[in-house]
Design a protein around this ligand. Sequence first.
Ligand SMILES: Cc1ncc(C[n+]2csc(CCOP(=O)(O)OP(=O)(O)O)c2C)c(N)n1
Ligand SMILES: [Mg+2]
Length: 663
Amino acid sequence: MATRKDLTNAIRALAMDAVQKANSGHPGMPMGMAEIAEVVWNHNLRHNPANPKWADRDRFVVSNGHGSMLLYALLHLTGYDLPMDELKRFRQMHSRTPGHPEVDITPGVETTTGPLGQGIANAVGMAIAERILAAEFNRPGFEIVNHHTYVFTGDGCLMEGISHEVCSLAGTLGLGKLIMFYDDNGISIDGHVEGWFTDDTPKRFDAYGWHVVPNVDGHSFGAIEAALKVAKAEVDRPSLICCKTVIAQGSPNKAGTHEAHGAALGEAEVAATRAHIGWDHPPFSIPPDVYEGWDARVKGEGSEVLWNNRFTEYERAHPALASEFKRRMKRELPANWKDAASAIIAKATEKAESIATRKASQNAIEALASLLPELVGGSADLAGSNLTLWSKASGMHRNRPGNYIYYGVREFGMSAIMNGMLLHGGVRAYAGTFLMFSEYARNAVRMSALMKLPSIFVYTHDSIGLGEDGPTHQPVEQTATLRLIPGMDVWRPCDTVESAVCWIAAVERGDGPSSLLFSRQNLPFQKRSPEQVASISRGGYVLSEPTGGTAAAVLIATGSEVALAIDAQKVLGEQGVPVRVVSMPSTSVFDRQDETYKAAVLPKGVKRIAVEAGVTDVWRKYVGLEGAVVGIDSFGESAPAGELFKHFGFVVANVVNTVKSVL
Ligand SMILES: Cc1ncc(C[n+]2csc(CCOP(=O)(O)OP(=O)(O)O)c2C)c(N)n1
Ligand SMILES: [Mg+2]
């Protein structure tokens, strides 16, 4: 029978051999965290390798994602569908073992990590989702949702600012089922961390309100086990287990050095390590008793069968709840969705209100949230400005689950937490901040797109139209940069109807995030035919045809500039220049339409002029060099909105002259 030392040796060998073969990767962390991993995976983690999607599995996140080989070794050894050949192809094209863990590529990988700190945030999101679902679905005698979220972290994650944002919030919310292991090895890429990281980490987490187990020997099975036992017993606070470890433990010459962080050990050192740890098997060869010692398939199936049986009884006792739970975990929309969504659009059309689109967004939330109990809202301390609250929103607190999260001023943390909630499943997440501060959240927004998560980012105060707060708050390039993220749908609606349509599109999207950009200021309602209403969801459509002849030019506008384009169209018409107005709330959605449709909206050979209160570059793609853009290629100014629009040329006369200048 394999000893625990054999089991951890297998991890050390797989990690150093795979990195050696790829001549690229990070052997140090897997070798340093092998004992911790053995305690968690072999004795605590509730999971079923045959069904990585089992709803009530424990979640496991490697926030120090450079240690991906640790996770791949664990998945392989415990019986996931990750054959040895994949480990041999570590970091190679189209392997299931990419450089950093990527969700949906490797079975059992819960989230994509690598950008340090965000894995912790994802784990916080998972723990939040668990709490919300447990409160909603568990009934006496039926613990349908009851699992832990484990997260591994290193010095890098804890140095990153986002770890402060989310661990502070996790402490406030008292997420007792979140358990984090700190790989305290005193090393990061540049060497020993004393020169740049001397926080008293236990005190720091104590101050957040976490339960901290300090000074654990991270290579002692007994010490790790004891710490984890106390952590699991603590249900009111998240736990941090601080493990003193040695990076690349087992390597006689590179252990404890930063050389082992992110480079192959080298053939000679790999051989020396084999001898040192007592592992005489060839690379990628694991003896049967070691496989046996790791195999989690029988136990995993047993755990899931128990849960399935419990769920069957639950289904009998609470049929409606059970079917709702299944719908939610499958991320399906409710049966009445289509009709209800059409009714929301019809109502906005009928009411014909001229209000700020942020208000229109709130109206949409009000209507949608009553249809979708899975919606979990929030804002980064701007609820009253983003208008993200609705009548039945209830804040999550330490002892109350709720359906709305007061994220505090933590835009990056908020966005990465949303990713974690969506990865957990059973909830849908939307949250707001000012469009300007999407920049603070940037990498989590990108990760949302990379992971194809349907996050809904509500970004209000979408242009210079926010007025007196000035250039620090006035987005100029943010709309454009969000559009550049592959897979991101950016919507900048012009009125209540477009706002409702973009919200519905964001909810219906299954394969990526949406950024919904809303105005602070009131925008006039636009009249449309039913056909025009139906074509909003195509991203761009003809809002107004000229009277008096076929269009000599096409004005393309978004959001607050659509009304300006309509006014300019009228004046141009009076001057004998017929122009068409195209409203283009979402360029990426428009780009996905068929060529016939696109050519019908933007006919070839007709000059185009775009109008948007932001940088001009993106619009060149639509207007070409022969067209023109009315935009802003400088920072804003502090002044009332009306004056700003005049100052930057968003007035009828300038649009009219610009159109004429290209004809
Ligand atoms: C946000 C971010 N910045 C920088 C990096 C590059 N990077 C990868 S690992 C690392 C150092 C991590 O140190 P630690 O977590 O202590 O890892 P260890 O060397 O102990 O394995 C850095 C700077 C990254 N992956 N993500
Ligand atoms: Mg370290």
